[in-house]
Every structure is written in structure tokens, then in C-alpha cells.
Design a protein around this ligand. Structure first.
Ligand code: SAM
Length: 287
């Protein structure tokens, strides 16, 4: 059995949160296979989708039980009881990492509260796959999940993200991709963006361009409207925090009395958190 953190409740079993492939079965991890073979029970969002995957990996032993948004609350209580008497349980979703726009949050939180050890078995996740190959900044990103289905609500949600710094990440489905691109363009402006479609699958397409170019690309080719999508949109520009000009001049003059101009500008820039060159240019002006 895969090892995780220290057991909190010695008699309790472990809840494993197991990522499965988002398309290509080759992306299953060795740890995922070991855990799925060894646990007493597998909780699956849709047993009809999980069973063929288990068959593909010749995993026949553990019972597979449905665990989805409609029975999550009731099933969580039952599952905690089973974990507390020592059973080991794996949670999987239809594809990718459970809890990421998928069920399981309530169960994981309840397990922690009951002193049950929760062990992640990481692997595929469409957000990370798209960011890793998309070509937009990844130092900061904001995952907004699925945008609302109706345009009015969608535009409202997008308006609240207008100032968000960091790449915006959305999940989208085939029947809303065009409408969502249109609303992104009208609310966020013509920002650089990436459409990552059918990742790890036969028709994988990663298209970069402005939002208007992507919209045209998808409009013109109905094949590009099929499948599953991650949409990345460049975040808002970082605002240089505004500098009080009188304070800048006062500091520069003080520093210039004691230091050469370049050093005075550099130290002033550090103190005020501004660009060195901007302080230097100002120092030249007031010298
Ligand atoms: N838990 C999953 C994960 O870790 O990525 C996401 C589940 S969410 C219900 C399903 C959405 O994820 C799809 O509608 C699509 O937006 C995105 N997605 C899943 N697989 C994808 C793939 N192969 N290519 C692009 N997007 C994908």
C-alpha cells in the first residue's frame, strides 16, 4: 500500500484521492495502479466510465461504488464509518484529479475532521496540462472553473475577473465554447489566449492567438468546436503602484547630497519599490 503522512487515527484506514488519465490511458501512474488494486473500495463519479478503465488495467478485485454530486453528502457519512473501522478507500473521478471541478471536497474535509489520513495520488489534470504547454505565464494563475451557462451571468463573472493578475484558466464544453469566447472578448478585451482542446487525445489541438483570432479559428472550423477545452486568457497587467512624486524628489535630493547620482537613484528606487531606471531619469532631471 502506498505510504503517506503519519496516521492520525491508528485504527482507521486511508482515503486515497487518485488521479486518472484525462484521455490517454498511458498517463496512469504506477502508484495509482498499486492503490486501485489494493484498496477495499473504489468510489467513482460514474461507475460506467471507471469500470472500463479498471478493466483496461486488469483491475478486477475492489468493489466500485457510485459517488457523485447527488449522493455525496449521504455517501460521505457512510464512507467515514467504513474508513474508521479500517477500510482503505480510493476516490476517482471520470477523468483527471478528483475535486478539481469534480466531487469529493466534502468527503476529504470530513475525513480530516474524523482523523482519517488522506493521501493524494497525483497525476493528470487538464488545468496543469494546458498551462504546461500553453505558452502563457504560469508564475501566477487563477482557475475559475466553468463559466456560468447564461451569457448575462457569464459576463458578470468575467467582469469580476477583469483586474485579476495571473493567467485566467477556464474549463469549457463543446456546446458553449463559441459563446464563451465571444463573451471573453467583449468583457476582457482582445487579450492573448490559448485554447487547449482534447489534451492527450487523438485530436489534441493547442492554439495560441488573440481572443478574436481564436474566435475566428473556432467559428471557421466546426471540428474545433468538438471535444473538451481548457481556455487560458492572459491576466490583467500588473499595476506599478503609484509613486508620490514629491516624496520621490525629496528622497532623491537627500540621497544625492550623500551619494553619487546612480547610487542615490538605486537606493531611492528600492525604498519606494519603483523601477531603478525611472528613479534614475528623475534624478537626472532634478540634478
Ligand atoms: N477533474 C478534471 C481534471 O483534473 O482536469 C476536470 C473535470 S471537469 C468535470 C471536466 C472539464 O475538464 C472538461 O469539460 C474540460 O473543460 C476539462 N478537460 C478534461 N479533460 C480534458 C482534455 N483532455 N482536454 C481538454 N480539457 C479537458
Amino acid at each position: 500500500m502506498a505510504k503517506g503522512n503519519q496516521l492520525q487515527n491508528e485504527n482507521a484506514g486511508t482515503l486515497y484521492v487518485v488521479a486518472t488519465p484525462i484521455g490517454n490511458f498511458g498517463d496512469i501512474t504506477e502508484r495509482a495502479l498499486i492503490v486501485l488494486r489494493d484498496v477495499d473500495l473504489i468510489l467513482a463519479e460514474d461507475t460506467r466510465r471507471t469500470k472500463p478503465m479498471l478493466q483496461r488495467f486488469a483491475i478486477g478485485r475492489p468493489t466500485v461504488m457510485a459517488f457523485h454530486e447527488h449522493n455525496e453528502d449521504y455517501a460521505s457519512v457512510k464512507m467515514i464509518e467504513r474508513l474508521l473501522v479500517g477500510e482503505n478507500i480510493a476516490l476517482v473521478s471520470d477523468a483527471g484529479t478528483p475535486l478539481i471541478s469534480d466531487p469529493g471536497y466534502g468527503l476529504v474535509a470530513a475525513a480530516h475532521q474524523a482523523g482519517v489520513q488522506v493521501v493524494p495520488i497525483p497525476g493528470s489534470c487538464a488545468i496543469i496540462a494546458a498551462l504546461s504547454a500553453g505558452g502563457l505565464p504560469t508564475d501566477q494563475f487563477f482557475f475559475a472553473g466553468f463559466l456560468p451557462a447564461k451569457s448575462t451571468q457569464r459576463c458578470k463573472a468575467l467582469t469580476s475577473l477583469q483586474e485579476q493578475i495571473g493567467t485566467l484558466v477556464f474549463y469549457e464544453s463543446s456546446h458553449r465554447i463559441l459563446a464563451s469566447l465571444e463573451d471573453c472578448l467583449s468583457v476582457l478585451g482582445n487579450r492573448p489566449a490559448v485554447l487547449a482542446r482534447e489534451l492527450t487525445k487523438m485530436y489534441e489541438t493547442i492554439q495560441m492567438g488573440s481572443l478574436s483570432a481564436l474566435l475566428e479559428f473556432v467559428r471557421e472550423d466546426s471540428n474545433q468546436q468538438k471535444g473538451e477545452f481548457v481556455l487560458l486568457v492572459e491576466g490583467a497587467e500588473k499595476q506599478e503602484h503609484s509613486i508620490d512624486e514629491r516624496e520621490l524628489d525629496r528622497l532623491l535630493l537627500l540621497m544625492m547630497e550623500e551619494l553619487p547620482l546612480k547610487q542615490a537613484a538605486s537606493l531611492t528606487a528600492k525604498i519606494l519599490g519603483m523601477k531603478k531606471n525611472a528613479a534614475y531619469q528623475r534624478a537626472l532631471t532634478i540634478k
